[in-house]
Every structure is written in structure tokens, then in C-alpha cells.
Design a protein around this ligand. Structure first.
Ligand code: FAD
Length: 481
């Protein structure tokens, strides 16, 4: 069958590889001049910066994908398993370094907060069960309705075990006495652009993922993963055309027939796989008021304000991944939900030159700082940059006088670059018990249309979008042979 994939994000490329491996004739159309979508990088003045993802989890999902094309992830990129995984810092000066070895974490926690080691062990057991259950139910197929999820459960008890009725914040409070650990666990809600005070406690499986499978870096920068996906896709016969803006999905009233391009051209196809933000899909490419309304009701995920700073010299005490927590997490998320930047935001700082000196000139560092931002918020870049740098200086990391240049990305940039409506990074948010069902289905409302990527099921993040590609390829195999 002839398949057109709209968008060469990670989900689009992964779907293209799977469908080509299954024998289909696949063409990917990408409007930007390069592939990778949000997995983007910037090289300037001898510095390399990620502009999107900085952390790779569950690399075996990409390995499984590459094996379908006769190669492996390790053959295509050089992976590093980070140890320590991250260094957390709180406003009161306390720090916690998370080791890669899960057996070493409880004793590190006991030093940090006596008694929390055993609490972590219990939490980790709970998180491991959540992951096992999520993998064989939530991630194992599409989510058209609650029934689809139920059909993949071994017993109705699984419904309770998935811990979807309480919030992640409540789960953290139930497991830990120390409020700093509530903040640590709550931060995982932001991996899906959500609030710990509203997202289901099922997301507690993410710390398990990091502990059990590691936190990974790709030497040369995560963009190398995008290059590898492109290379492997081409090798297996996928045609990739960049600079091609799709204006409409064509259908004959019953099924898709191809796409119409913004420049007036057209391409026919038996199947169309959309890797674009579902809000762009259902508003512009295939206007569908019912789907668009559903998306509106679900609410957008958070966006981000990212600062890339070219820094001279070396910074004592900085790790590859660093998190500087705010004083009041509840207040921080209240601001975000109200559509405003938090006054005291948690700051994430990634300095990959710690692991990969080639990412900065000799005696330099490539700082990437990110604060969560509500979607569609307008912000003053200079003021925000100064606020973030001042905050880090107050916390003992004053890089202000050593910066050669900064580049920033605001929600408007994420919207302009990727057509991610409002600049929301993960499509709809995972806030609320029904969020997983509000996310657009992988099967479109028109015969022959499928959705892949971060705005459809199972959600955003590199491994999740690769899983969405697996779900789409399985659906195509089931329905079209
Ligand atoms: C700042 C930031 C930090 C992140 N950090 C992490 C992290 O550390 N770890 C992690 O795992 N994930 C992270 N993510 C999330 C991850 O990057 C995304 O979930 C993932 O890359 C999204 O892939 P996707 O398949 O949804 O496609 P996207 O990246 O959304 O790409 C969609 C593509 O479609 C193209 N397109 C849109 N409309 C059209 C059209 N009409 N015609 C043709 N092409 C079109 C776009 O140009 C784009 O290239 C981060 C994201 C951001 C932005």
C-alpha cells in the first residue's frame, strides 16, 4: 500500500520505518527543511545545544524499532548511561544526587532524609508494578474507549491497581514524610506537561523507568537519534521530502485518498499517517468540529521557556542533569494552570558538555535551562532570562558574567516551528482521571487515517511516540494487511 506520513517528527519517522519494514511504500512529507521535529539542535560558535529533548529513557524501544530495519540502536548511535542520573537542589540548600544503581538509592536517601530509604523501597515496588501493568494494558494498543483498556486487563482488579483514582501528589504524600520528596515525585508529572496535583498517580511508574532502565545520553547530542532515524528510514526504502507543507488531507467522503499540498500540488495514497499536532490536524488538515471540540475540552499540556547559554569556564558542582526546585510547588502549578508564568519556577539545567566535552569549546559549557510555561503565554524573553539566571545565582550557580551569548525558545517558537498549537509540548495534558481517554485516538475518524506522535495515545516523550508508531503499525497490519 502507498502510505503518506505527514510530519517527520520522531513518531513519523518511527512509523515510516515500521510500515516500510512491513512492506508498504512509504513517503514522509515534512514542512521544515530538516527532520526530527521537536528533537532539534542548534550549533553556534563552537557550542551545540539541544532545543528539545535532553534525556533518553527506555532506549530498548528504539532498539526494537531499528532491529526491524536490520540494525540496532547501538550500531547507529553511541549511548551513555548516566551516573549520577540527576542532581536535585532545594531552596534550603539541601541536595540529592540520584545514582544509576537502584540498590544505592535508599541509602543515599537515608543520608538525605533519615527513614526515607525504606519509604523509597516501598514506593519503588509500587512503581514497578505500575509499569508492568501500564506496559501490558495502556501501552499495548490503542485507547479508543475505556473498554479497549479493559480488554487488555487480566482482571477487573487491574483497574484499581493502575492507581488512576488519586493524583500523583497524593501518592507522593502517601509514600513519603519529607515534603522535598513530594516535590521530587511530583516533578514526573511535567514529563507529560501536566500538574502533579491533577495528573493520575499512574505516572509514578516513570521513576521506576529511570531507575530500572537508566537515564541515557546520546554522544554528539540527542539530535543524533533523529539523524539515525532518518538514515535508517532511507536505508529501508522510505522516501523523505522536506520543505513540503501539507495543507489538507483529501478524502472521497468514505476514505482518505491522499493529501493536498499548501503549494497547490497533491499526492495520492491508500493510507495517511498524521504525525502533526492533533489540534492542527482537526482544525486545518481535516477540519472536524467534534474532534476539535474534544481537544479543546481536554486542555493543552504545558509549554516551556528554554534558554541556551554559551558559558565560558567550568562550573563547580554542576552535573549533566540538574533540578533547582521552587519553594512552593503547589503555588507554581497554580500559576501555570491559571495561564501565567510561576513567580518562583523550578529550573531544570542540562549541561551535556559535562559528559560530552565536544558539545562546547575547550573550557566552555553548553547550558540549557528550562522552566515550565503555560501554553500560548506571551513572555518577555529578556526579563525571563534575567529572572532564571538570577534565580540560579541565588542558588549558588552564578553564570551571568561568563555568558558569551544566549538563545531562547518561548511557546510561540514551539508553535511556529512545529505547529504545536499554543506551543504545548505534549498535545493535550494528562490532567484529570479521564485524560488518557480524552487524548485523540490513533485511529482517525475517516477510514485510512492514523495518528502517531506526542499528541495522540500514549502521549509525548521520545519512547512514548515510538510506542505510538508501534500501535499504528499494528493497527495498519490488522486492518489492511
Ligand atoms: C523543550 C522540550 C523538551 C523535551 N524534553 C524531552 C526529554 O528530555 N525527553 C523526552 O523523551 N522527550 C522530551 N520532549 C518531548 C519530545 O521531544 C516529543 O514528545 C517528541 O519529540 C515529539 O515527537 P512527535 O512524533 O510528536 O513529532 P513532532 O516533534 O511534534 O514533529 C511533528 C512534525 O510535523 C511537522 N508538521 C507539522 N505540520 C505539518 C504539515 N502541515 N505538513 C508537513 N509537516 C508538518 C512539523 O514541522 C514537525 O517536524 C521535549 C520536548 C521539548 C519541546
Amino acid at each position: 500500500m502507498k502510505v503518506i506520513v505527514i510530519g517527520a517528527g520522531v513518531g513519523g519517522l518511527a512509523a515510516a520505518i515500521r510500515l516500510a519494514a512491513a512492506g508498504h511504500q512509504v513517503e514522509v512529507l515534512e514542512r521544515n527543511p530538516n527532520v526530527g521535529g521537536k528533537l532539534a539542535t542548534l550549533k553556534e560558535g563552537g557550542y551545540s545545544f539541544e532545543l528539545g529533548p535532553t534525556l533518553l529513557t527506555l532506549p530498548h524501544i528504539f532498539d526494537e524499532l531499528f532491529k526491524l530495519a536490520g540494525t540496532t540502536l547501538a550500531d547507529e548511535v553511541e549511548l551513555v548511561r548516566l551516573d549520577p542520573q540527576i542532581r536535585y537542589r532545594w531552596p534550603n540548600g539541601s541536595t540529592l544526587e540520584v545514582p544509576d544503581d537502584p540498590a544505592a538509592l535508599p541509602s543515599a536517601l537515608d543520608v538525605f532524609s533519615p527513614g526515607s530509604g525504606v519509604q523509597w523501597t516501598r514506593f519503588a515496588e509500587h512503581a514497578a508494578k505500575l509499569w508492568e501493568l501500564s506496559e501490558r494494558t495502556f501501552l499495548a494498543g490503542p485507547m479508543g474507549s475505556p473498554l479497549a483498556l479493559l480488554s487488555r486487563m487480566r482482571s477487573p482488579l487491574d483497574l484499581g491497581r493502575i492507581d488512576g483514582n488519586r493524583t500523583l501528589a497524593k501518592s507522593a504524600e502517601a509514600h513519603f514524610d519529607d515534603p522535598r520528596l513530594h516535590q521530587l515525585v511530583g516533578r514526573y508529572a511535567t514529563y507529560s506537561g501536566s500538574s502533579p496535583f491533577r495528573t493520575p498517580a499512574t505516572l509514578a511508574c516513570i521513576p521506576h523507568i529511570e531507575q530500572a532502565f537508566g537515564c541515557w545520553y546520546v554522544m554528539g547530542g540527542l539530535g543524533r537519534l533523529g539523524d539515525a532515524l532518518e538514515r535508517v528510514a532511507i536505508r529501508i526504502g522510505v522516501t523523505i521530502r522536506v520543505g513540503v507543507d501539507v495543507g489538507r488531507i483529501a478524502f472521497d467522503g468514505r476514505k482518505v485518498t491522499g493529501v493536498e499540498l499548501a503549494d497547490g500540488g497533491s499526492e495520492s495514497a491508500d493510507l495517511v499517517v498524521s504525525n502533526v499536532d492533533a489540534a492542527h490536524l482537526y482544525t486545518d488538515l481535516l477540519p472536524h468540529p467534534k474532534q476539535a471540540k474534544k481537544l479543546d475540552r481536554a486542555g493543552r499540556s504545558t509549554s516551556a521557556f528554554v534558554i541556551c547559554a554559551a558559558v565560558r569556564g567550568r562550573t563547580e558542582g554542576i552535573a549533566h542533569h540538574n533540578l533547582f526546585f521552587s519553594l512552593h510547588d503547589r503555588q507554581e502549578f497554580r500559576y501555570l494552570e491559571a495561564g501565567q508564568m510561576a513567580i518562583d519556577p523550578t529550573v531544570y539545567a542540562c549541561v551535556s558538555s559535562v559528559t560530552d566535552p565536544g558539545q562546547a569549546p575547550r573550557d566552555g559549557e553548553n547550558w540549557y535551562m528550562l522552566v515550565n510555561a503555560p501554553p500560548a503565554v506571551g513572555l518577555d524573553r529578556k526579563l525571563m532570562t534575567a529572572a532564571v539566571l538570577n534565580r540560579l545565582a541565588e542558588r549558588g550557580f552564578d553564570i551571568r558574567t561568563r555568558i558569551d551569548f544566549t538563545r531562547t525558545l518561548a511557546p510561540a517558537d514551539f508553535e511556529a516551528r512545529y505547529r504545536a498549537v499554543g506551543g504545548a509540548i505534549y498535545g493535550t495534558s494528562s490532567n484529570g482521571r479521564k485524560a488518557a481517554f480524552a487524548r485523540p485516538n490513533n485511529v482517525g475518524p475517516v477510514d485510512g487515517l492514523y495518528l502517531v506522535g506526542g499528541s495522540t495515545h500514549p502521549g509525548g516523550g521520545l519512547p512514548m511516540v515510538a510506542i505510538s508508531a508501534r500501535i499504528v503499525a499494528d493497527l495498519v497490519a490488522e486492518r489492511h494487511g
